[in-house]
Write a protein that binds this ligand. Structure first.
Ligand code: FEO
Length: 401
């Protein structure tokens, strides 16, 4: 049990063993943060995944009898945060479940129960004694039901998934874990969970701009409490939501007999020699989550595949399917690869990249079987094309991550 601020307790669950979160690899695990606010009518902000219930209950009991909880605020229906509401209500059956209108719909569909719902509208307030909760609906950040809860008197924001990180730790605050490590995890989280919803993120940030915030308590990972860290993460969210990138290149590829790898490595060498920051990601070795984190900060994405049975490989196809859903914008790209006797599969590679929202900067570089020095020399115009793009389309400042 940790008291974060006067009468505000962290009662969550640390998921040390979590290694995948619906396809997002989580080598550092995660946490599901629940927060207990003691007042005349105690309120619990969010719960934990179902298997963390006993631990959450034990933490609550260290502070109060759970029967005294009057409000369970469900900021978001997804089961990593609402998965324990039903069991918790067995201990406080009279408690209201506070949620957005879409939250009520979602919770009814998930649990098929007629709970004591208290549905709140945007900016509605709820007095719980000496303190006041105010609710801000944040549709599609990242579900239709998502909302943030603001504790006015102590200037604490509980924005659920927003500003979170999949990061298990014995410390609760970002500055204790190391701000650069946590910022990097927050970037990875944004790239894999929030990236498609930039417009909605901007709307949510505009709404929250009027609030004085002394602490941000997300539903995953560590909490932001120092003024400069809060300013930094909000400003990064502004940039990520605007698809503002660094002047850098991500080369993503799969390979069968090392031919596409040869092309990828020569591209890396040429771009690196031209002084452009570049990262090489073999899709067999890098996780989808790490690939997306790199795509998020890169202005240019080069993607390569060999041809297998007239198709791109299943590995690169998975990368492209994942990327299409996450909709990176304002980025440029090019394709490359090795083929045996048919180039038809490259059309798929190009179309998928375009459907991700990436504008192609030129025809793909495709070579039969094993590229020779003449083939590889044909890659030499790529750095100049990239420089041209970077000089006209990249924001002058750096440091997206
Ligand atoms: Fe952490 Fe959208 O749930």
């Amino acid at each position: 049990m940790t008291e974060l601020s006067q009468h505000i307790y962290w009662t969550g669950y640390i998921d040390w063993d979590l290694r995948t979160f619906h396809g997002y690899t989580t080598p550092k695990g995660s946490t599901y943060n629940a927060y207990l606010i003691l007042d005349e009518q105690p309120a619990l902000i969010d719960t934990v995944k179902h298997y963390g219930f006993d631990e959450m209950l034990r933490r609550i009991r260290q502070v109060i009898d759970p029967e005294k909880i009057k409000y369970i605020v469900s900021n978001h229906t997804e089961m990593d945060h609402s998965g324990s509401i039903d069991t918790l209500l067995e201990y406080c059956p009279k408690a209201h479940v506070v949620c957005s209108p879409k939250g009520e719909e979602g919770l009814r569909r998930h649990f098929k129960k007629n709970w004591n719902f208290k549905v709140v509208q945007n900016a509605e307030t709820l007095t719980i004694g000496k303190r006041t909760l105010q609710f801000y609906l944040m549709p599609m950040v990242h579900w239709p039901d998502s909302m943030a809860t603001y504790l006015r008197e102590q200037r604490i924001l509980f924005p659920n998934d927003a500003f979170g990180q999949h990061y298990a730790s014995d410390v609760r605050f970002a500055d204790e874990a190391g701000i650069d490590i946590i910022t990097d995890e927050a970037a990875k989280y944004y790239a894999n969970i929030v990236l498609p919803y930039g417009t909605q993120v901007h709307k949510a940030l505009a709404q929250l701009q009027s609030l004085n915030i002394d602490m941000i308590c997300p539903s995953h990972g560590t909490l932001w409490r120092r003024g400069q860290d809060i300013e930094r993460i909000i400003s990064l969210y502004q940039r990520w939501a605007g698809h503002i990138t660094d002047a850098r290149v991500a080369i993503i590829y799969d390979t069968m007999w090392h031919s596409t790898e040869q092309i990828a490595r020569r591209l890396f060498e040429l771009i690196d020699t031209a002084g452009i920051p570049v990262e090489l990601l073999n899709a067999q070795a890098a996780s989808l989550a790490d690939i997306m984190r790199e795509v998020m900060r890169s202005k240019v994405v080069l993607m390569g595949s060999p041809i297998l049975n007239n198709q791109i490989t299943p590995t690169i196809s998975a990368v492209q399917t994942y990327m299409k859903g996450l909709k990176p914008r304002n980025r440029f790209g090019m394709t490359f690869g090795s083929y045996g006797w048919s180039q038809s599969g490259f059309r798929q590679l190009e179309d998928n990249l375009k459907e991700s929202g990436i504008e192609l900067i030129g025809p793909g570089k495709y070579f039969q079987f094993i590229p020779d020095e003449g083939d590889l020399a044909a890659l030499e115009d790529v750095p100049a094309k990239i420089k041209d793009i970077l000089s006209t389309h990249t924001a002058p400042t750096k440091g997206v991550l």
